[in-house]
Ligand binder design. Sequence first.
Ligand SMILES: [Zn+2]
Length: 655
Amino acid sequence: MLGIGAAAAAATSKLLTPASGSTPNYMALYHLNRAPLQPSKFLRLPPGSAKAHGWLAHQLQLQVDGLAGRMSEISDYLDYDNCGWIDPSKNAWEELPYWLRGFGDLGYVTGDKRVLDLSEKWIDGIIDAQQPDGWFGPNAVRTALDGGPDMWPHMLVLNTLQSYYDYSEDDRVLPFMVKYFQYVDKQPDTQFSKGWGSTRWADNLDALLWLYNRTGENFLLTLATRIHKSAANWIDGVPTWHNVNISQGFREGAQYSVISGDPAHLAAATHAYDTVMSKYGQFAGGGFAGDENCREGYVDARQGFETCGWVEFMRSFEILTRIGGDPIWADRCEEIAFNSLPAAFDPEQKGLHYITSANCVDIDNRVKSHHQFDNNFAMQAFMPGIHNYRCCPHNYGIGWPNYVEEMWLATPDRGVCASMYGAGEVTARVADGQTVKIVQQTNYPFDDTIRLFISIDQPTAFPLHLRIPGWCHGASVKVNGKQVDIHAASGRYAILNRTWTGGDRVELYLPMTTTVRRWPSNGNSASIDHGPLTYSLMIDEKWTQSGGSKTWPEYTVAADSPWNYALDNVDPRHIQVHRKRGQLPPNPFTLSTAPIELRTKARRVDTWTVDDEKVISPVPASPVLSTEPVEEIILIPMAAAHLRVTSFPVASPQS
Ligand SMILES: [Zn+2]
């Protein structure tokens, strides 16, 4: 068995040292899809290849010191000695797998020894508890669905092991997974259409293809096809309206297209996404109105999106970026990462809430009894929420570590791709196996310039792919201070094909402009973007510790300033941008540290109120009558506002 300390060393040497005396086989290095699979456009680098700097590193550190990093102190689902994933006679289900999946990757991207050691302890215990027939985990789950196995929580464990293996190359992992899938292969087709797993088998398709690329075991592909044909049908429509099922399930067709080669299967993911978003995603932030299930008629910006939904949507977008290479998925992943994910936590990441809404002017811990939201439990206060929010606190930790891991991708043409942006660095293999290190210096998304510093031992030709976001027009690139002529169309990749030398510098300029989006199906409301960030009304927030402990506080948040404004003018030229001077704060996602403000004119709308349970009413249809005086309002990045109005009505002084 390989300890994680040794695993870390192995991973480092794997990344940094070309095999001596031979040309490394690029296919073996990054596991290109084996025949007969279709090639993917990009390849995931081993976890640990990319590190974060700046505010992104600070978010990871908050996670290490906060809820995800210390959850084993407070979650009885993570009691090692009483957990069915370690002792099959005990009970357990999805909570430990959810947590361990994000916790493991948190260790790989931060190198935090405590996190690495604890995740190794759990992984060792899970591997050691595999039974002779391949089953692992709680025995009770073997017969949980009509006498057959519930294989849903195992999907999470397998994804955990994929990352662990790519980081450590621990040789126990592949046989463990093959043996488990031999068990799955013995199940009747009908078992794949039962339980939560029925709409979430995309998670297992990922594991099956990953394992096939590393073992060549043919039965994995026939099993994947059986699952695809037996489980929920994501090809012809949307088979569930549950927000998390959608967020992780909608991509299934695209994953299956790697086996089938059918472009219609690849397109099915886009169709499913468009079907959901065109009806329920009619506001900014990247989510949709799914405060458990989508409900007919509940599409306003006040509806919430589950924290599990944020991280699962991001993960799906990352997988789709790699499979089909359409940069729109990376755009969408950034949209959630920068505008919604940090809004789901308190600023110290000691707690989170179950749902986050684009419009929300009060966060309390009371049940809403008028069916404002689909769920009938209190979902808004910030707290660890181990039992009442249950899935979200255990699951949220995958968000930032996966983001950092997927910022850089390997490319089949033996280069690297900057797929999503943020301060950090990456070490990757290029060309015939040469090691390149690229440091990314930027305050993105709060600034429009990204500088890349390249270190490589000898001059080496390889392509550097740069994603040009769909919102960006007029991107430009300099290499070593000289403008280069590239096709930097928005929503495409600019590819720099050249021989790179240590010390080379690339400067990517992604000009950000202010734009206004209108949402016709939500009363023609308006939201304001500047570059990749959406902006919300700055509302004074009154935070009250409503429970919990000093270490694990629970908070409610009340509005301490007016919020019911309609925009007086939606011409972007009348919206001013103010950048705060000086260094970017470690956590830019708070009211007081938000590094950019927008200022514009608005009028109060007295008829726009909260209901008797402090839930904001739907946005009034625009134009809305207001004869109130024109005032200047301040807007801040959406995720820095824990109370926010993001979808505004537009005012008219005349009826
Ligand atoms: Zn959840």
